[in-house]
Design a binder for this molecule. Structure first.
Ligand code: C2E
Ligand code: CA
Ligand code: CA
Length: 629
């Protein structure tokens, strides 16, 4: 910034056709040094008592006799980077432009130059100026004849004003630059993950979109998306805390970065991104061939299975990777990401620590799954999912109840396996509506049968409870409403839960199961023997009984060890006061074995497969006949 009078003298331009006037200005402004009149007037003007001893500012004075010549000088000064601060302009300069025209041109050349109109006549007024110029704050009128002190004051004050103006403009431009920089920083933050500094989903998708677009123009370009999932991250996070979890994520990101740097089989930089949680994705651009993606996946797996040292802990994570490549001609980033995700799930299902390439068959499955979802949504809305009933029989006594099993005869497709139906319902959230409908229907059916067959005094209805319902805050009230609405006693309703469902969210599950039990509802642990079969489960949960899984029974006849295990289970169940149902009894031999072990309750094809209402009624009638004295 230039400050007038200190480092560099201020520049003043006098435009006047009278050379005598020009030299007067020169005398007054350049010989002003030490002028006591100036110092005094400056002090008066700025109220600065200490400045009386200051030398008066010296100006570099140039002159022009005509307006056009003056404007040229202003332009040249701008070009030289040393502009005039103040121009004194005569009002009348025949034969050229008059003062006002000259000023207009001056400002075109240099909008910040301060101007003083010098006139001997009263022919220029503030009104004239206001009419001619929009910005009059840079314009002052000086009446002839001049007082030298007045000229000095004007020059000094206006050059100071000019300097302030220039400084303000500089500040504005600095501010603008700052805003621009901050905006860039914010954009950077919006496009990157704060924790690891990796690109986030938004930036990743943008890059992927560019990749897809490039391939349209250059079909020979190949790329791939790798979707990574860490097997035990949640465990680490839950057991060692978020800080360790965060530090681990940062290390994963670093390892990804450095492994990708060494995967130099491709020209373009590969980029990793974090989608949140422990979801990482990698974009491999410009692959020579699609199968190079598999090589990168292999290397990443190798790098990521090495242990991590975090906060004094040695952590083994294990990773599964799904790969989708450009050979499927993707249109949208979301599609290829989804397919890589699907392949990742497959990798996990196939035993973790591996990568899986998305393929045609998986694509067909995805489509299938989508249409199943659409169909199920409609079926739930129209209440088109049915119940079948499988009898549960007490050895030597007959039917004690039925298990209600969901059945969906999908239009144009046939029966959908119940496990698949429930799986899709769980994943889509349809499970809630579906389950409440089925629960109510099962209760209504039980009420109907109990009324028609009063001789079955203990007849119960078993209903399966999805893991999702265990964390549904409406569970207890829905169960209560289903019983109340159909007139079923809660003690005639049996809810079956799997061990896994309980372990998923143990504290919530235990609380809600206690509530149900207090209501009088019976609770059975389903599929016992397949999962963790933790014995602690048995005494922590308010159970009525357990159902030994069919897989257990199928091996019973061939493996003596299974028999010993089952024997132990029955004894423990007895010790806890639990009843035992043997599921999937298909053969007489199995029936005899389980009976010999003291299991009285049997369910299986041997005694009756799941069937519709009509057949179930036939069962009841037959059994009732057998009971008749
Ligand atoms: P689950 O609760 O273990 O049900 C027993 C399954 O074993 C039923 O299969 C039944 O048809 C089958 N089964 C019964 N006896 C035999 C036998 O002797 N041999 C053989 N091989 N199988 C037998 P389903 O109906 O296909 O149901 C499969 C699973 O789907 C059920 O297993 C249950 O977990 C779930 N599920 C079914 N209906 C519902 C429902 O309404 N809600 C919920 N949440 N889950 C349900
Ligand atoms: Ca069951
Ligand atoms: Ca079962």
């Amino acid at each position: 910034m230039t400050t007038t009078g200190t480092q560099q003298p201020g520049r003043v331009l006098v435009i006047d056709d009278n050379e005598a006037v020009q030299s007067d200005f020169r005398k007054v402004l350049s010989a002003a040094q030490g002028s006591s009149s100036f110092s005094a007037s400056k002090a008066a003007l700025f109220g600065d008592a200490s400045s009386t001893a200051d030398p008066a500012p010296q100006f570099e004075v140039d002159a022009a006799s005509q307006g056009e010549e003056g404007v040229k000088k202003v332009q040249a000064a701008i070009g030289a980077g040393h502009p005039y601060q103040v121009a004194f302009v005569d009002m009348r300069m025949p034969p050229g432009w008059d003062g006002l025209t000259t000023i207009r041109h001056l400002w075109e050349a240099d909008p910040s130059v301060q101007v003083v109109i010098c006139t001997a006549f009263s022919d220029v007024s503030l009104q004239d100026i206001a009419k001619n110029f929009r910005h009059t704050h840079q314009l002052l009128i000086l009446k002839k004849p001049f007082d030298p002190a007045e000229v000095q004051q004007l020059a000094a004050a206006l050059s100071a004003k000019h300097a302030a103006h220039v400084a303000a403009e500089l500040q504005v431009s600095q501010l603008e630059a700052l805003v621009e920089r901050r905006t860039e920083e914010i954009q950077q933050a919006m496009l990157h993950d704060r924790l690891t500094g990796l690109p986030n989903r938004t930036l990743f998708s943008t890059r992927l979109e560019a990749c897809i677009a490039r391939r349209k123009r250059h079909p020979e370009l190949r790329f791939a998306v790798l979707f990574l999932d860490f097997d035990r991250f949640k465990l680490v996070n839950d057991s060692l805390g978020h800080e360790v979890g965060d530090a681990l994520l940062v290390q994963i990101a670093d390892r990804l970065r450095s492994s990708l740097r060494t995967c130099d089989l491709v020209g373009k930089p590969n980029s990793a991104a974090r989608f949140g949680g422990d979801e990482f994705v990698v974009l491999l651009e410009d692959l020579a061939q699609e199968r190079d993606a598999a090589r990168v996946a292999r290397r990443l797996l190798d790098a990521l299975t090495l242990p991590f040292e975090v906060d004094g802990h040695t952590l083994y994570l294990g990773c599964s990777i799904g790969v989708a490549t450009s050979d499927r001609e993707y249109e949208r980033p979301a599609d290829i990401i989804r397919d890589a995700d699907t392949a990742m799930y497959r990798a996990k299902a196939e035993g973790r620590g591996r990568y899986v390439m998305f393929d045609r068959a998986m694509h067909a499955e995805v489509l299938d799954r989508l249409s199943l979802e659409v169909g199920l949504r409609e079926a739930v809305r129209e209440d088109a999912v049915d119940l079948h009933y499988q009898p549960i029989v007490q050895v030597g006594a007959g039917i004690t109840g039925f298990e209600a099993l969901a059945r969906w005869n999908r239009p144009d497709h046939g029966m959908v396996p119940a496990a698949r139906l429930i799986g899709v319902a769980e994943e889509t959230g349809l499970i809630h509506t579906l389950s409440w409908n089925l629960l109510r229907r099962a209760c209504a059916q039980l009420a109907d049968w109990r009324q028609k067959f009063p001789q079955f005094v203990d007849l119960t209805m078993n209903v399966n409870l999805s893991r999702r319902l265990l964390i549904d805050p409406e569970l207890a009230s829905r169960v209560r409403a289903a019983c109340a609405g159909t007139g079923v006693l809660p003690s005639h309703l049996v809810l079956e839960v799997t061990e896994g469902a309980v372990l998923d969210n143990e504290s919530d599950a235990v609380r809600v199961l206690r509530e149900l039990r207090q209501m009088g509802v019976q609770l059975y642990l389903d599929d016992f023997g397949t999962g963790y079969s933790s014995l602690s489960c048995l005494h922590q949960l308010p159970l009525t009984g357990l159902k030994v899984d069919r897989a257990f029974l199928s091996e019973l006849t061939v493996k003596p060890a299974q028999r010993a295990l089952l024997e132990a289970i029955v004894q423990i169940a007895r010790a806890f006061g639990l009843r035992v149902v043997a599921e999937g009894v298909e053969a007489q031999e199995q029936l005899e074995l389980v009976s010999a072990l003291g299991i009285e309750l049997i369910q299986g094809y041997l005694l009756g497969a799941p069937c519709d209402t009509q057949s179930a009624v036939a069962f009841l009638e037959g059994d009732a006949g057998a009971r008749a004295p």
